[in-house]
Design a protein around this ligand. Structure first.
Ligand code: GLU
Length: 448
């Protein structure tokens, strides 16, 4: 296969949320897995709703996820290409002028519904005489332009859904150009896909019907050989089955980042939910790319559960190796070295929890000493350094012998004194990191 070229094509009309992360990542991972290239295309022909700030935020959010496009294009920079394509379609008689207002179309659809007919555009504009057209123009009406669909069945072998077919006669001729001359999404998307050599269009299943239309437009403009492969993935829904919309602000990627969610947790959940693979933590996007095969996505809705994201986040942290987090630990001023990370990672739900465990190791920390006599007895038999992973067992054996305590009555007062907490990482791992001087002071009730 030639180098695959895929694209992620958001409209910069809001922040990306976890639902948009799914097509972004399915494309990015497809490129990674197949040695392909990823294009980021801003579908910004809607001037009213598109904003440069949103485009910038999308770039930032993708980078946070680890998605770095090979090329970024903006449709607003490419209007002359769409003009040329529209002219060619007009010359072929495939793009025709329509003068109906929204109201007129609405009334027509209601009449069709009353007669039990589907709301398909009746092509009345094709029957206008030159005189009627001129009368509309004289009234000040400007035409919008529809693509004349071939009334034949369009077929494609969907990368996700398998063989698909849609009868062109079951669809309205789509409006490609608005009365003000601006383009709706359909034509620019096709022109760009052909012009940029996109080989695989991977997008949500809300675009299945568009695909039939777009295949016909590509065939009209560039010939059947230029039709890319299409794959339509299932959409993420909320746990109760509703679509994830841009209004769910707390599920925006920016907000998840602020909540301390790991990008790898977002990425793994966004693509593994509703796939053949179980949701699981990964250490890298490369590892995730090997797990995701779009041919094996399920057709059922993929339910996104926020609680699952937070649980997965903790698991992702528990799987990260020291090399994966060394720089981040240093940036937080955490104790140097692998031993610290291995000791505490299992007790982090978010990376920021490193701060608390850092303070436990390096202090100062106010110990909790409820039984000073017991803690003093334990302090009296603290072994000399150097300490290692066996020190805790050797020491507590002696404490048990001297005090007659065992189990929780032995361990909990030591944990409270040494860490100020009743829970946390294994003391066997923490004790050598805390060190003798600090341990001694804390057992004596001193802040250290
Ligand atoms: N801008 C379109 C969307 O966000 C792109 C669809 C496509 O991938 O073709 O739905």
């Amino acid at each position: 296969m030639n180098t695959p070229v895929v694209r992620f094509a958001p409209s910069p009309t809001g922040r990306l949320h976890i639902g948009n992360a799914r097509p972004a990542l399915l494309n990015a991972l497809f490129a990674r897995r197949n040695g392909g290239r990823l294009i980021l295309r801003f579908d910004d022909t809607d001037k009213e709703r598109s904003r440069a700030e949103y485009a910038d935020a999308i770039v930032t959010d993708l980078a946070w996820l680890g998605v770095e496009p090979d090329l970024t294009v903006r449709q607003s920079d490419r209007i002359p290409l769409y003009d040329k394509a529209a002219d060619r379609l007009r010359a072929q008689g495939r793009l025709y002028a329509c003068y109906e207002t929204e109201d007129e179309l609405d009334r027509r659809r209601k009449r069709q519904a009353a007669r039990g007919l589907p709301p398909i555009y009746d092509r009345a504009a094709l029957k206008l005489t030159e005189a009627e057209r001129q009368a509309f123009e004289a009234e000040g009406r400007r035409p919008h332009w529809r693509f004349l669909l071939d009334h034949r069945t369009v077929e494609w072998d969907d990368l996700v859904r398998g063989p698909c077919h849609i009868d062109g006669a079951s669809l309205s001729d789509p409006v490609l150009v608005r009365a003000d001359g601006s383009y709706l999404y359909t034509l620019p998307s096709v022109v760009d896909d052909v012009d940029l050599g996109v080989t695989h269009v991977i997008r949500g299943e809300d675009h299945v019907t568009n695909t039939a239309v777009q295949i016909q437009i590509i065939e009209a403009l560039a010939g059947a050989a230029k039709v890319p492969a299409f794959g339509h993935h299932n959409l993420l829904t909320t746990a109760s089955g509703e679509g994830l919309s841009k209004r769910l602000g707390h599920l925006s990627l920016g907000s998840l980042r602020e909540q301390g969610v790991e990008p790898l947790a977002v990425a793994a959940l966004a693509v593994l939910v509703g796939s053949a693979e179980a949701v699981r933590p990964v250490r890298s996007l490369d590892e995730l790319a090997q797990l995701v095969d779009i041919a094996r996505l399920s057709r059922a809705p993929a339910r996104f559960d926020e609680a699952e994201l937070h649980a997965l986040n903790a698991k992702v942290l528990h799987h990260l190796e020291y090399a994966d987090v060394r720089d981040r630990l240093a940036a937080r001023g955490a104790p140097d070295g692998e031993a610290f990370w291995l000791a505490i990672r299992g007790n982090c739900a978010v990376f920021a929890d490193v701060g608390g465990w850092s303070a436990v190791v390096t202090g100062p920390l106010a110990p909790v000493v409820e039984d000073p006599a017991f803690c003093a007895a334990a302090a009296a038999v603290l072994p000399p350094e150097p300490w290692d992973a066996n020190t805790w067992a050797a020491w507590t054996k002696n404490v048990a012998q001297d005090t007659g305590r065992k189990g929780k009555a032995l361990f909990m007062p030591l944990r409270l004194a040494l860490t100020g907490l009743d829970h946390g990482p294994e003391l066997k791992a923490l004790l050598p990191l805390i060190g003798r001087a600090r341990a001694l002071a804390r057992l004596n009730g001193e802040t250290a």
